[in-house]
Structure formats: C-alpha cells, structure tokens
Design a protein around this ligand. Structure first.
Ligand code: SAH
Length: 362
C-alpha cells in the first residue's frame, strides 16, 4: 500500500467517504508523499511528456505571443509574466529566448512562477536562475499590475468533482472502502452542490465532472486582467463543449493505470472543460477567445515558418524538429485534443492565433 493510500484510508475511516477532489488533492498534493511534491514526472523516464519538452518551437511561439499582448496594452515598463505549473522551466526558457528580441520586453518583464512542487522548483531554478524569477504557491500572491499569464497542462491537474444523476436525484461520486474486499472503491454519497444546466439531462448513471478550483482561479485571473490589463493563455487537453462523461484518468510511465490503484505514484488528471473556463472568465467581466485546436493555434502563430528556419540553420536536427512539430500539430496527435483559450479585458480584439486574420499556414 502506498503512503498516500494509507492517508486516504485513515481519512475515510475517520469521517466517511471522501470526494474525488479531496482524493486528488491528497494523491497529487500531500506535502510528504503527493505525486507532484515528490518527483519530476516529465520526460521519457517519467510518466508523461508535454509540448515544451517535445519542441522548443512551442515555447518560442508562446513567448512572442506574450510580448505581443504586452505591446497591445502600450508596452508598460512593468509587466508580470506569470506561469502556472512551469514543470521543468523549459517553456519559460524558450519563451524568453524568443521574446527578448522584442525591444524592452525583457527589461519590463518580472517573472513569477506558481509552483507547489519542491522538486520541480529546484529544476526551474537551475534553468531560469539568470532571469531571477519569484516563486509563489498561489496566483493571489502576485502584486497588482499588468500581467500576462500562461498555463500549459496545468488546469488538467486541478481536482475534479463528479456528480451522477440517479432515479432519486443527483449524488456525488465519492471514494470509500469496499466492505467485502477492503479495497478503495467508488461510492455514491449525498449531492450538496448545484449542477450546471448543461448537465441537467445527463443520462442516468453517467458521471458529470466539475472543477471548482479551476473556476475560482480563472475568476481571479480574469478579474486581475480586467482591472490591470494584458492577457492569459491556457493550453491543455480537453473539450470545447460541456458534456456528461468521465475523463478522470491515471497515467504512470506513459500508460493508463487505475485511478484508485496506486495513489501518489501515478499522475491523476481530467480533461479541461473549456466551456466552463470561458464561462468563468466572462462572468468575471473579461472576454474569452477560443478554444482553438492547438494545431491551428500554433500554425497561426507561425509554427511552419519557425520550424523551417530551424531546419535550415541546424540541418543535422531537421528530422527531430519536423517530428516534434508534427506531434504538436497533427490532429491525430496533440493538434486537436489539445486546445488554446485566451482571456483578455472586455472589448479587446482577438489575440494572435484566435482571429481568422491571423491564419498563417506553411
Ligand atoms: N507546464 C509544464 C508542466 C506541466 S505538469 C509543461 O508544460 O511541461 C503540471 C505542473 O503544475 C507541474 O509543474 C506541477 O508541479 C504543477 N502543479 C500541479 N498542481 C499544482 C497546484 N495546485 N499549484 C501549483 N502548481 C501545481
């Protein structure tokens, strides 16, 4: 039994079944044994690979996007460049390498990293030390002022709740201990939350997912952007339309694992509900743009041109560069399941990559 499972069981024995969100919080965030607190999960030797680890072009294009959003509000001489869940720091390093060519951007940008994992903070420090970033546990700790926020594969790690429509009303899907076998198992408990309209006609027995922490965070970010200016870019895998169905999954060593099998040793994630993100941003007074499929978004930002340039300047790496870009862009790889959504102050024109006019193919 993993130490996390021990903690989960103790909690259940003490006070009854726990919600899936609580289970995810313990499995991912337990200070001593939580998945993200204890390891670097990225890369071939880890459990999963993310876009910035696949190609430098990803971070470079995002860096230029950030600089463009800063320019769009008049290039203030003080801007917070905030990354949520920066992993190994690769995205930020690539972003800055590209964006420092935009005059005055680097001098204006203060880099802030929201990261709870001590292990990953060390890696980020190694890679980004020269940029003097500041680390935080929460977005709210960042001082007031214009900010550009980026988040790649961050929201999918925030806890989800599941609710199920039954013949006797809505019930919460929780985690308890099976009486006979003694294993962790899913159980239905009392509801205790209002269910959004798009789920009202969900088929009986099909779990519907909500992510309250994401809505709270998006509300905070959208209010800040509305008040102080600039933008946020959220890239993740997920769906554009809210629909019933379970997407919670466990990944270990690049393979699916049981959600309840080895808590603390496997990554637990669920698809991002982009409709809910957009709704939270709009309710906070901001505009939401997209989601746009990642492949389309990157093409519009100039993925093809940048890849071509890199292939010409480093021909010995050309095959690797092309393969990386195909993986990011192709619809049957990361190009369609992954999506980008931007948040801007109300009334702003669509940012680069979100308007039809910015389309650029190669
Ligand atoms: N953005 C990176 C890493 C994605 S993995 C990339 O694209 O490669 C998710 C990241 O979010 C990790 O850095 C993890 O430690 C961090 N993280 C997960 N939950 C978090 C939370 N609640 N608060 C802050 N950081 C969190």
């Amino acid at each position: 039994m993993t130490p996390v499972e021990r903690r989960v069981r103790d909690r259940i024995i003490q006070s009854g079944p726990i919600s899936i969100a609580e289970y995810m919080e313990i499995a991912l965030g337990d200070p001593d044994h939580g998945y993200y607190r204890t390891r670097d999960p990225l890369g071939a030797a880890g459990d999963f690979v993310t876009a910035p680890e696949i190609s430098q072009v990803f971070g470079e294009l995002i860096g230029l996007w950030c600089a463009t959003m800063w320019q769009a509000v008049g290039a203030p001489d003080d801007v917070r460049l905030v990354e949520l869940g920066p992993g190994r720091g690769t995205l930020m390093a690539d972003a800055i390498r590209a964006a420092e060519r935009v005059p005055n951007f680097l001098a204006a940008a203060d880099i802030h990293l929201i990261e709870t994992s001590p292990t990953l903070r060390v890696r980020q420090h190694d890679v980004l030390e020269a940029l003097h970033p500041t680390w935080h546990e929460h977005f709210a700790e960042i001082s007031d002022g214009p900010c550009v926020v980026i988040a790649n594969e961050f929201f999918d790690a925030l806890p989800v709740e599941q609710f199920v429509r039954t013949s006797s009303g809505w019930r919460r899907r929780s985690i308890g201990i099976d009486d006979a076998a003694g294993d962790l198992c899913f159980v239905l408990t009392d509801g205790g939350r209002s269910i959004p309209v798009p789920f009202h006609d969900a088929p009986l027995g099909v779990p519907c997912e909500l992510r309250p922490d994401a809505e709270i965070l998006v509300d905070e970010i959208a209010r800040r952007i509305t008040r102080e200016g600039c933008a946020a870019l959220i890239i993740d895998y997920g769906h554009a339309v809210r629909a019933p169905g379970e997407t919670l999954q466990a990944i270990r060593q690049h393979r699916f694992d049981g959600v309840l099998t080895q808590p603390g040793l496997a990554d637990l994630t669920a698809h991002v509900d982009f409709a809910a993100v957009a709704e939270a941003a709009r309710a906070a007074g901001a505009d939401a743009h997209g989601p746009v499929a990642q492949g389309v978004f990157l093409d519009r930002l100039g993925l093809g041109l940048r890849a071509q340039y890199l292939c010409e300047s480093t021909p010995e790496r050309a095959e690797e560069i092309r393969a990386g870009c195909r993986r990011l862009r192709d619809p049957d790889k990361m190009g369609k399941l992954f999506k980008a959504l931007a948040i801007t102050p109300r009334g702003s024109p669509p940012p680069a990559g979100f308007g039809q006019n910015s389309a650029r193919t190669c």
